[in-house]
Design a protein around this ligand. Structure first.
Ligand SMILES: NC(=O)c1ccc[n+]([C@@H]2O[C@H](COP(=O)([O-])OP(=O)(O)OC[C@H]3O[C@@H](n4cnc5c(N)ncnc54)[C@H](OP(=O)(O)O)[C@@H]3O)[C@@H](O)[C@H]2O)c1
Length: 275
């Protein structure tokens, strides 16, 4: 029996992956913020006879308190973590600042993955083939790090924040083996492209309707989106860090994966967390 920790494990691809692993006999700890979706996840787990192997861990991963509480709870629940999947997200059309003074998208999409990934290294290292699966956007829409204004005080748009978080996650993957040089943990950056999930729900009406329509024309269902992710979790590539757009492996040669920028962001983020 393997143990998977899945952020955003109560909806979309996170939930699809969680139910898949429960069906085949694994243990799943799904982390998300609302009790309603958490309850629905547990009900579905019970309906497939996996209630005893499913845990809903309620935490707001946009806050450092929620991230640290998650680490503490996971440590209570599991000695070994085989797979850590990052899928928590919530689009914010307007700029919001968390209780830690950090812009919400940067906190939830990127910082929670930094804190949980590094924080669970010991539990992952006890697994046979440990994997961190960061579902984000490598090789997708463009976007950049706003180095002088990472929390986007100037010129915020939800899309700009989401794209910045995507680029930050690219660099997070590249920086991971620099921090843990001899680790056996394989870090996979994965872009599923367009998938029909709850992602568009928080968008303003016209944008939401257009995005949902595009999803029906160009997007995939969760059921079709998760098999390549499962395969990468089961048989991770040998290299410490890899990036995929669906099944296509991306070279880590573009500026999105620049090692100097990765170290720069890693240093800035470590300072931010310590503060
Ligand atoms: N869908 C796509 O087309 C697409 C394309 C490219 C990349 N991706 C990436 O794939 C990943 C999964 O996306 P998805 O579309 O499957 O997600 P989704 O259906 O929108 O589900 C998001 C999950 O995140 C949780 N969440 C939201 N806010 C949270 C918070 N503050 N704290 C903890 N959990 C929170 C939600 O539960 P609660 O609301 O209960 O907290 C839910 O379980 C994301 O990283 C996304 O950026 C998606």
């Amino acid at each position: 029996m393997r143990t998977y920790v899945i952020t955003g494990g109560t909806d979309g691809m996170g939930k699809g992956l969680g139910l898949h692993f429960l069906r085949r006999g694994d243990q799943v700890i799904a982390v998300a913020s609302s009790a309603k979706k958490g309850g629905a996840f547990l009900q579905e787990a019970a309906a497939i006879g996996a209630g005893e192997r499913a845990v809903f861990l309620r935490a707001d991963l946009s806050t450092l308190t929620g991230m640290r509480a998650t680490l503490a709870r996971v440590a209570d629940l599991a000695d070994t973590v085989d797979g850590l999947v990052f899928g928590a997200q919530r689009f914010r059309p307007r700029r919001e600042v968390t209780e830690d003074g950090i812009e919400f998208t940067f906190a939830l999409h990127y910082l929670s993955r930094f804190v949980l990934g590094h924080g669970l290294v010991d539990a992952l290292a006890r697994a046979d083939t440990p994997v961190i699966m960061n579902i984000c956007g490598p090789g997708g829409f463009p976007g950049r790090l706003h180095w002088d204004d990472l929390t986007l005080r100037e010129g915020y748009t939800g899309t700009r924040a989401a794209m910045q978080a995507s680029r930050a996650n690219d660099l997070l993957g590249v920086a991971f083996p620099h921090r843990h040089p001899n680790t056996r943990i394989r870090y996979v950056l994965y872009n599923p492209m367009m998938v029909r999930t709850a992602m568009a729900d928080p968008l303003p009406a016209p944008h939401r309707i257009l995005t949902k329509a595009a999803g029906f024309v160009f997007g995939r269902s969760v059921a079709r989106a998760i098999p390549p992710i499962v395969q990468l979790l089961d048989e991770p590539p040998g290299d410490p860090v890899t990036a995929f757009r669906r099944r296509t492996r991306l070279p880590l040669t573009s500026k999105d994966f620049d090692p100097d920028n990765a170290i720069r962001l890693d240093t800035l983020t470590a300072e931010l967390v310590q503060r």
